[in-house]
Design a binder for this molecule. Structure first.
Ligand code: NAI
Length: 215
């Protein structure tokens, strides 16, 4: 399947398709037309077809797409047919909340370890995973096959910690620290800023209120 040069915007839409298709599959729905999927997801049918054409179209034949096939194919494109072990650095409010989220496992993301520099947190358990001290990080990374590190620490230490993670074999960083990380080519970083999403919401509220004032 040709996937070269696909825009990040299209890639960014795949998890939403995957989520909706998963729900359809759970409801026992076997086929769906791009029109019905469009109505369900509130995106145009042509957008769906264009997105899917990037991956060869997923063989829409007769009446619509085969839901399970499409779900599996999109899962494969997203790398969800493999397990990814992850650790969390920073066992504060956010780190603990992510560690407590059980649905990551359902998608193949396996919570393996948690680290924090605060000695008072050492030994605390989050879903059976004990918080370890940062001194144990290198040895742990050498002994465990960890793909992803979740960074939920303040920006002050984040660049240094990211370097250590990469030097010890971590391939991807899910970065919640409010700082840009300087990582070598080939290391994947996904920055998450929840406040960006909130600001988008704020923009939409403001726009709606202005429209109402003008009616
Ligand atoms: P928190 O203060 O509850 O937890 C931070 C934890 O990181 C603490 O347990 C602390 O001991 C540990 N820590 C600090 N420096 C460290 C280092 N160099 N190595 C290892 N552990 C270290 O804070 P909270 O609420 O969990 O937030 C964590 C960070 O994430 C904050 O810096 C915050 O600004 C950021 N944040 C980002 C969001 C986003 O959407 N990107 C949303 C919420 C918070």
């Amino acid at each position: 399947m040709e996937e070269k040069g696909i825009s990040q915007v299209v890639i960014g839409r795949l998890p939403r398709y995957f989520r909706y298709l998963g729900e359809l599959k759970d409801e026992g729905i076997e086929r769906i037309s791009s029109q019905d999927l469009s109505e369900l997801m509130k995106v145009t049918a042509s957008q769906i077809r264009q997105d899917f054409n990037n991956f060869g179209g997923f063989g829409q034949q007769g009446y619509g797409y085969n839901v399970e096939y499409l779900y599996n194919e999109i899962g494969k494109i997203l790398g969800l047919d493999r397990r990814h072990n992850f650790i969390i650095i920073g066992a504060g409010n956010l780190g603990q909340a992510l560690g407590n989220y059980i649905n990551f496992e359902r998608r193949g993301f396996i919570f393996k370890g948690m680290f924090d520099c605060n000695p008072q947190l050492a030994g605390k358990e989050i879903r059976g995973v004990k918080v370890m001290s940062m001194e144990n990080l290198e040895l742990f990374l050498r002994e465990n096959d960890i793909d992803i590190a979740v960074l939920t620490i303040p920006k002050a230490g984040a660049v240094e910690v990211a370097e250590k993670l990469v030097q010890n074999g971590v391939r991807a960083i899910w970065n919640f620290a409010h700082v840009d990380l300087n990582v070598p080519k080939g290391i994947q970083v996904e920055n998450v800023h929840l406040s960006d999403s909130l600001m988008k919401l704020s923009y939409n509220i403001s726009r709606y209120m202005k429209e109402q004032e003008n009616i």
